[in-house]
Design a protein around this ligand. Structure first.
Ligand SMILES: [Mn+2]
Length: 320
C-alpha cells in the first residue's frame, strides 16, 4: 500500500530536472547511503543531481558509490535553482545551511525522525521506519526501479547503520525483507560491514579516554562520557568521527539513559542521547531544543562540561 505522501514525493521528484540533495551535519551512514542511492536513481532518469555534505564524506563512508562526487563547501553549491531534497533530517538548523538560501525553490523532505514535521511542500515522513534508506527502498519499488549493485550497496549501508547491523529495537520484518532484497540485488554485506566498522588510530585513542571518563549521572539512572575540544585537538579527531561513542555508556547494565557529549565550539556541547524504555530521550532532547527518536535523540547544550551534565541530570531526574 502506497501512502499519499509517498505518491506526492515521488511526483515532485519526477517533475524535477535539476535537484540538490541535502542531509544533516555530522552525516551518518543512513544519511550518506540515502543521499547517494537517490542520486544514482535520479541520474539514471537523466536528471542533473548534486549532493552536498558539509565538511565532506567521513573516511569510512568513502567506499559508497558516488561518494567522490559529493560537494563539501557551501561555495561549491550550484547557483541555478533546483528542487531541494532534504533526507534523514527535519530541521533546517541540522542541514547546516540557512533555510532562506532556497526561498522560492521547491522542497521535498524524506525522513524518519519523530520530531520531523516536514520541511517541504511534499513530505514523506514515517517515524516508525528504521531508516531513511528504507523509505527510499519503498519509493524505488513504487517506481519499479531495477536495483543495481551501487544502489543496493548504498541502501544496505543506510539501513545497516541505523539498525546497528540489524540489532536495535527499531528492527522489523520489513527491514529483514529489505536486507534480503538488497543482498539479492548484489550488496556485499562483508565489504559494507568492514568499511562501516573501520576505526582510525585516533578514534581508538579517543575511545580509551571515553571509557576512562565513563561515569554515572541522574542519580544513577544514566551513564555518560565526553570529549572536549582540547581532546579532539590533541588526538587529531574531528567531532563527526566521535559519532557512535555513545554506544559505550549505552551498554552499561541497569541504566535507562546514556549521554555522550562532544564539544563543538568552546562551551558548546553536542549531546547524543540513548535510552531504554520507559524513558523517551526525544522528549528529554526537546527540553533543550533538540529532537530525535524515543530510543535515540540529540541536542546542544551550552556551558562547561559540569554545567551541561547538571542540566541533563536535573532534566532526566525530573522525567521520573
Ligand atoms: Mn536515519
Amino acid at each position: 500500500m502506497i501512502s499519499d505522501s509517498l505518491r506526492e514525493v515521488a511526483a515532485a521528484l519526477q517533475e524535477a530536472s535539476r535537484l540538490l540533495l541535502l542531509a544533516h551535519v555530522s552525516p551518518d551512514g543512513d544519511s550518506l547511503g540515502s543521499l547517494l542511492a537517490l542520486r544514482q536513481v535520479l541520474l539514471r532518469s537523466g536528471k542533473q543531481v548534486s549532493v552536498y555534505v558539509p565538511g565532506g564524506v567521513p573516511l569510512r563512508y568513502q567506499f559508497l558509490p558516488g561518494a567522490d562526487t559529493v560537494l563539501s563547501k557551501p561555495e561549491q553549491l550550484p547557483d541555478e535553482p533546483a528542487t531541494i531534497v532534504v533526507l534523514d533530517c527535519g530541521e533546517w538548523e541540522r542541514v547546516g545551511l540557512p533555510a532562506d538560501r532556497f526561498a522560492g525553490q521547491p522542497i521535498v523532505n524524506i525522513d524518519h525522525h519523530r520530531t520531523s514535521c516536514g520541511l517541504g511542500q511534499a513530505n514523506y515522513i514515517d517515524s516508525e521506519a528504521a531508516a531513511t534508506g528504507l523509505l527510499l527502498l519503498r519509493l524505488f519499488s513504487h517506481w519499479e526501479v531495477a536495483l543495481d549493485v551501487p544502489v543496493a550497496t548504498c541502501l544496505y549501508a543506510a539501513i545497516a547503520s541505523d539498525t546497528g547491523f540489524f540489532r536495535y529495537s527499531n528492527m522489523t520484518a520489513e527491514v529483514h525483507l529489505a536486507a534480503a532484497t538488497l543482498l539479492t540485488a548484489g550488496a556485499d554485506q562483508v565489504q559494507i560491514y568492514e568499511n562501516l566498522e573501520k576505526k582510525s588510530f585516533s578514534y581508538l585513542k579517543a575511545l580509551a579516554l571515553v571509557l576512562e571518563r565513563l561515569d554515572a549521572f541522574a542519580d544513577g539512572k544514566g551513564a555518560y562520557s565526553y570529549l572536549t575540544l582540547a581532546d579532539l585537538d590533541s588526538l587529531g579527531l574531528t567531532n563527526s568521527e566521535s559519532e557512535g561513542l555513545v554506544n559505550y555508556p549505552r551498554s552499561v547494565a541497569g541504566i535507562q539513559v546514556a549521554a555522550f557529549l562532544v564539544e563543538m565550539e568552546p562551551e558548546v556541547y553536542k549531546v547524543s542521547l540513548r535510552s531504554r524504555a520507559p524513558l523517551d530521550v526525544s522528549t528529554l532532547a526537546a527540553l533543550f531544543g533538540g529532537g530525535g527518536h524515543a530510543r535515540a535523540a540529540g541536542c546542544t547544550l551550552h556551558g562547561s562540561i559540569d554545567d551541561c551534565l547538571q542540566q541533563l541530570s536535573e532534566a532526566a531526574v525530573r522525567m521520573g
